[in-house]
Ligand binder design. Sequence first.
Ligand code: 13P
Length: 245
Amino acid sequence: MKKIIIANWKMNPKTPRDASRLADKIGRGVKNIKSVEVVFAPPFIHIPAIYKFKTGAQDCFYEKSGAYTGEVSPLQLKACGVRLVIVGHSERRALGETNEIVNKKLKAVLGTGMRAILCVGEAERQKEIAFPKIIRDELHEGLSRIKKSFFRNLIIAYEPIWAIGTGRADTPKNVYEITTIIRRELYRMVGKRIASKIPVLYGGSVDDKNSYAFVKDGAVDGLLVGGASLNANKFVKLVKAVAGL
Ligand code: 13P
């Protein structure tokens, strides 16, 4: 499976010009890499500025259109060339997004034919619990009554909240263990044939020094990168490390 690395720029950079410069610089650096798919997830307003690149969105609403002030629909994103939408990021959940809302958003995104990344992760690591209930619930409730055929466009990202933006990345060994349980849970839900094709990513303080270890020893299918994706040199190194260059 081709590795996938997503640059989640969160609420950065400031101007469309900065966004296009950053994407151009990264784009030049990773141009010849074939074994890794790089996707940029900028704020909505910068999507047109980087239309030349493979683009994702950080969120969306679940309705198709209508009187929903401030919201953006999956269809609008698709019309702007967006291929993938991050859903249920912990920073959205912290603002009140529930598993029920995440479920509606996943259905809406997958219904357009775009890919969706469902983010899951615990707030705290509890040593005595191998697989926190919160992750199980996020998977089961988030994916409740989603058509089996939609699962081919699904990606799961394991992002332990305590590792996000803290510089305290998880260990590849632990990521291996948790993502193995996530994969097993997916087998139970949709069967091995479909589940084995769902990419499972890791996110949380990934940088150019640890990216390779997560993919190799953590055995994940890719990475979701925040802070390090805002520094073009660092991000290009991070991608090259995964590509084995
Ligand atoms: P950091 O890479 O800044 O820890 O952020 C991770 C993240 O939230 C990606 O979605």
